[in-house]
Write a protein that binds this ligand. Structure first.
Ligand SMILES: *Cc1c(COP(=O)(O)O)cnc(C)c1O
Length: 372
């Protein structure tokens, strides 16, 4: 009998019957997109839920990243991390910027503020850090550097939905923050994304940019793109939001059980939580060190043989891909921590419907480390 397959994540879907009334409303009013009623309602609901003043919804996180760069007219060199999903750096290439890769800190796997200054040149205009796995960056140190050198800061907050630090939502940091609502993320609208900004004027510019640059029927103010979230995705987001307390609670329980069970496995380190006061447990990264009897890749294969599809996030590094590898900042010696962690990390399955039985199965395989 083929074993049930367990993936690194499984998208959360509310009961289908709860979504039908939303569809009936769309069918009745025949507004499918262009900032319709569900789009407006979801923007308001997310501002309340996340505790942020302004949010603009997008069709996905990558277009939101590109539009964020465009909104602030970012040009030249932008400092970023090689330890992320490839969309972070791709957004820079689409905007004709040059990514300048700076290494990560070993305790958070986020951009290391102590290494940013050495990478700044007269062409540097911005910093694009990632709150990796939802662990907050050192936002105070990054802002200090940005202020000293007159740089803009855009956070790729694709992993950071709902995360808070002592001052509130971590999405308040920097000039802009970008979320992804992709199927694999903590909060999903099938596909989707958003930009968080501080003032109404910036929100208006972003809203124009995501709709071809249209201000009204006859006025186009910028070479905008089409990146609006549709009504069906926005309606689904409103329903998802009602289920978030359950989603967050289940993720916290699964995270806590992994930490308890894996705490004393020689060679396995659970990445410590950062300085957040509210976590979202979007990923469960473990580090497979040299004391573990199997290599990271051998453990990955062993889990796969049991139908468990853990993922090596983030391996390969962005700097290993052909369009980045020849940049001088992509040189191995510049990003030693990124290299090291990229070769040790394995993200274990975590999602609301992961059963205790299946979680125990995963833990038992990690614990029983005999070499086949
Ligand atoms: C998912 C993700 C993105 C891209 O978001 P999409 O909505 O899939 O376009 C960007 N950056 C990071 C770090 C991500 O994890």
């Amino acid at each position: 009998m083929a074993a049930e397959k367990i993936y690194v994540t499984q998208p959360y879907l509310p009961p289908l019957e709860e979504f039908i009334p939303y569809l009936e409303q769309i069918w009745a009013n025949k507004v499918l997109t262009n900032g319709g009623p569900f789009h407006q309602q979801l923007e308001q609901a997310l501002c309340r839920y996340l505790g942020v003043p302004h949010i603009s919804l997008f069709s996905n996180g990558t277009l939101a990243l590109i539009t964020a760069l465009q909104a602030l007219r970012i040009k030249g060199e932008v400092i970023t991390t090689p330890y992320s999903f490839v969309a972070t750096a791709h957004a820079l290439l689409w905007q004709n910027c040059t990514p300048v890769f700076v290494d990560i800190e070993p305790h958070t796997l986020n951009l290391d503020p102590a290494k940013i200054e050495a990478a700044i040149t007269p062409q540097t205009t911005a910093i694009l850090p990632v709150h990796c796995y939802g662990n907050p960056c050192d936002t105070a140190a990054i802002q200090k550097i940005a202020d000293n050198y007159n740089l803009r800061v855009i956070y790729d907050a694709a992993h950071a939905f709902g995360v808070q630090d002592a001052g509130g939502s971590i999405l308040r940091h920097g000039d802009l923050s970008v979320l992804s609502f992709h199927a694999t993320k903590v909060f999903n609208t099938f596909e989707g994304g958003a930009i968080i900004c501080h003032d109404a004027k910036t929100k208006q510019r972003i809203d124009h940019l995501k709709n071809f640059g249209f201000v009204d029927e006859v006025t186009v103010v910028a070479p905008g793109i089409n990146a609006k979230m549709s009504e069906i995705n926005a309606a689904f987001g409103l329903l998802q939001l009602e289920h978030m307390p359950h989603v967050m609670q289940r993720r916290a329980e699964i995270d806590a059980y992994y930490r308890e069970q894996l705490a004393h496995v020689p060679g396995i380190t659970c990445l410590p939580q950062g300085h957040q006061t509210v976590a979202n447990h979007s990923y469960f990264p473990i580090l497979v060190g040299p004391e573990y009897p199997l290599s990271r890749d051998a453990l990955y294969e062993k889990l796969k043989e049991h139908g468990i599809y853990a993922r090596r996030y983030f391996y390969p590094l962005i700097t290993d891909f052909p369009m980045y590898k020849n940049l001088s900042s992509a040189n191995k010696s510049n990003i030693l921590n990124s290299k090291e962690f990229s070769e040790q990390v394995l993200c274990a399955p975590i999602f609301p419907e992961l059963s205790l039985k299946n979680q125990i199965k995963i833990i038992d395989i990690i614990k029983s480390s005999e070499i086949r």
